[in-house]
Design a protein around this ligand. Structure first.
Ligand code: HEC
Length: 287
């Protein structure tokens, strides 16, 4: 018991501010308590950025910087993701070769459900993201899966997010040890340092939101997936959650995982859960 405490204390000291807060807030160092994590996570950002309205964190870099926000608001009059929305809507309503369509695979015909993803599937015993569900839908209907990082997947998720805009994230963690383990694995992934630069996701998005990295302003981790998928000028196109995870891993010269790997899905589960209550804002546009 004592050794275990020493280990968790050491990792708390090594880890970043918010992780230390989470460990301290939990009743026992090794108990998995997602609700307590989510409260500590939110409190950290709210205290650090008291001028930012909670629902505004979903606007990423714009929530951190007034000048950028003004430029963005001008841009939103002709949003650069508009083409993706239209393409996504068309793809979504076009039947597969077998006559079925995406709508047949989802609750409520796929409309207004973005805020429920990812979810833990008790039958499969794994986290199902929206991107994964879309490809499973295609495969179940005899269609080839789409690339997780390219435009078609981004267009589809853009359209689905749009039909959910403003709805609060509502990620559930059922009382199932496998779901808790997936959550915990995602959390561990988020706080683990990796790559030649030895950065964790938290190094940039918890410790340094609002700071500049080259030409970019770092987004806060609270609400960081709510505006996905996003248009980025640098990409000259849209990017999915998968694309962003791969890009961020590469930035620290870590070897990225395959899109929709177990770790990435668990990571999405963790990040989405701790952003519960914040509205869907996708698709988003970034400089
Ligand atoms: C070296 C710093 C760094 C690390 C480490 C890092 N990122 Fe990023 N991340 C960025 C930059 C730069 C951007 C683009 C500017 C922005 O939006 O934050 C970004 C953007 C994002 C976005 C889009 C946010 C938005 O609103 O546009 C997500 C999501 C994201 N990162 C997730 C992650 C995850 C998950 C990890 C860990 C696997 C990670 N990042 C690690 C630097 C980093």
């Amino acid at each position: 018991m004592r050794a275990r405490f020493a280990i968790s204390l050491a990792s708390a000291v090594l880890a970043l501010g918010v992780f230390a807060v989470i460990v301290r807030a939990a009743p026992a160092a090794d108990a998995i308590d997602p609700a307590a994590d989510a409260r500590a996570f939110r409190d950290y950002f709210v205290k650090r950025f008291p001028q930012v309205k909670q629902e505004d964190f979903v606007n990423g870099p714009y929530s951190m910087n007034e000048d950028m926000r003004r430029q963005w608001q001008e841009k939103e009059e002709f949003p650069p993701y508009e083409f993706a929305l239209e393409a996504g809507k068309e793809m979504f309503s076009k039947p597969f070769k077998n006559g079925k369509s995406y709508a047949d695979c989802f609750e409520n015909g796929g409309i207004g459900i973005r805020q429920n993803y990812p979810y833990f599937d008790a039958k499969e015993g794994e986290v199902i993201t929206l991107e994964l569900a879309l490809n499973r839908c295609r495969e179940a209907n005899g269609e080839a899966p789409l690339s997780y990082v390219k435009d078609d997947m981004a267009s589809l998720t853009a359209y689905m997010a749009f039909t959910s805009r403003g709805k609060p994230f509502d990620i559930k963690i059922p009382n199932d040890p496998r779901a808790l383990a997936a959550y915990e694995n995602g959390k561990r992934y988020f706080y683990t340092r990796r790559g030649q630069l030895n950065f964790s996701c938290a190094s940039c998005h918890v410790q340094s939101p609002g700071e500049r990295l080259r030409a970019e302003t770092l987004a806060p981790a609270l609400g960081i997936l709510n505006a996905m998928p996003i248009y980025r000028s640098e990409w000259a196109g849209m990017g999915t959650i998968s694309r962003r995870f791969v890009t961020c891993n590469s930035q620290t010269r870590a070897v990225p995982e395959e899109p929709q790997s177990d770790d990435y899905r668990d990571l999405e589960y963790f990040l989405s859960y701790v952003s519960n209550g914040l509205p869907v804002a996708g698709p988003g546009a970034r400089p």
